[in-house]
Design a binder for this molecule. Structure first.
Ligand code: TXA
Ligand code: MG
Length: 327
């Protein structure tokens, strides 16, 4: 159900939820201090009850009253990068109205989104908004209002249409509380190099995910169609009509052992051009949801060789998460 920003703000004020656009993905927002709103978010998303929610604020100034402190390093990064596609782990005081949003954890993840609609809602409400991506738990994050409706539509949720999300992948999450160290907990558009340039001399870790890292405990970002990785040299073994996801560059680099006839028999589906990572990121979830609509039993992918920029690393991370590992 499409609504105006004004209607969404009225719903949110009453403790209901509403879907708002951000520059990364659409968020299913609710008053972060209201246990009923938080319960509703978990219910609508069918999200596991111990998976905490990011809390959104309109400014650094607005975060202060809710957290124990903002350590100097975090503060410097916030000054430079907010509003923007990055979230920060901070500590809550002993008593906090945000414990429902954090599922009882003393750690909270905060974000100042760079989207006028979301910022206007925050300014109007004067409370932080908890907002996970506006998808059923385990499904693709929505980057367009119609993707939200296709997924959550039956739930009669209010959606403010803000067009396509500018970035298209979820925010980078960092823990910069410890002096001299920044841990990237979830890769996103803001990456190691940018952080390093802002704080020279500080170690930036973007190492492998462990169970404490957001998004690593639950299967995320998955399409309904299982996607299997396949080696380039095994493409000739795909059955006629098989769905093959690729990037445009792979079409120019076809393996020699696959006949033109076999190629023509496959259902090819492009995610875009490796040479244009911004476009790849912006349309990543949308194209995967289009792929889902083909309703095939399976899809195959030759994992593309992404570059090393922050966005390319984030794309590689998200793509790895959608690939179904064979037992
Ligand atoms: O770009 C984004 O960050 C979007 C937009 C809507 O702001 N939000 C988003 O939220 O991606 P969500 O819930 O889909 O992903 C947040 C991740 C989850 O994996 C969650 O487990 C983790 O962050 N997380 C949130 N709060 C946490 C906390 N207090 N401690 C540990 N992990 C946390
Ligand atoms: Mg999510």
């Amino acid at each position: 159900m499409r609504v105006s920003l004004e209607q969404a703000v009225a719903s949110l004020r009453q403790g209901d939820v509403a879907v708002l656009p951000t520059e990364t993905v659409y968020g299913l927002a609710g008053d972060a201090t209201n246990p009923y709103a938080i319960a509703r978010i978990f219910e609508v998303k069918r999200r596991p009850a111990d998976n905490p929610l990011i809390c959104h604020f309109p400014s650094i100034h607005a975060i202060f009253p809710y957290v124990k402190n903002i350590p100097e390093q975090t503060s410097l990064l916030m000054e430079a990068l907010c509003p923007g596609p990055i979230s920060f782990m901070l500590e809550l005081p002993e008593a906090s109205p945000l414990f429902f949003a954090t599922c009882g954890s003393r750690q909270v993840i905060v974000r100042i989104p760079d989207h006028p609609v979301f910022l206007m809602a925050l300014e109007a409400l004067q409370v932080p908004l908890a907002a996970p991506s506006a998808n059923t738990s385990g499904r693709l994050s929505p980057t367009h209002a119609d993707m939200v409706e296709a997924d959550l539509g039956a739930a009669g949720i209010a959606v403010v249409d803000g067009g396509a999300c500018r970035v298209g992948l979820e925010s980078t999450i960092v823990d910069a509380r410890k002096k001299g160290l920044i841990r990237i907990l979830r890769p996103g558009a803001v990456g190691k190099q940018e952080l390093q340039e802002l704080l020279p001399g500080v170690v930036v870790q973007d190492g492998p995910a462990d169970a404490t890292v957001p998004g690593s405990r639950y299967r995320h970002y998955a399409p309904a169609t299982p996607v299997y990785c396949i080696s380039k040299n095994d493409l000739d073994k795909l059955e006629t009509g098989s769905l093959l996801i690729l990037v445009d560059e792979q079409l120019q680099d076809l393996p020699g052992n696959t006949s033109a006839e076999h190629w023509r028999s496959l259902h090819l589906f492009s995610l875009g051009r490796l040479a244009d990572p911004e476009d790849l990121a912006r349309n990543f979830y949308r194209r995967l949801s289009d792929m889902d609509r083909l309703q095939k039993d399976a899809a195959f992918i030759v994992f593309p060789d992404f570059g090393k920029s922050s966005l390319e690393k984030a794309l590689s991370d998200r793509l790895r998460r959608i690939v179904t590992l064979k037992d």
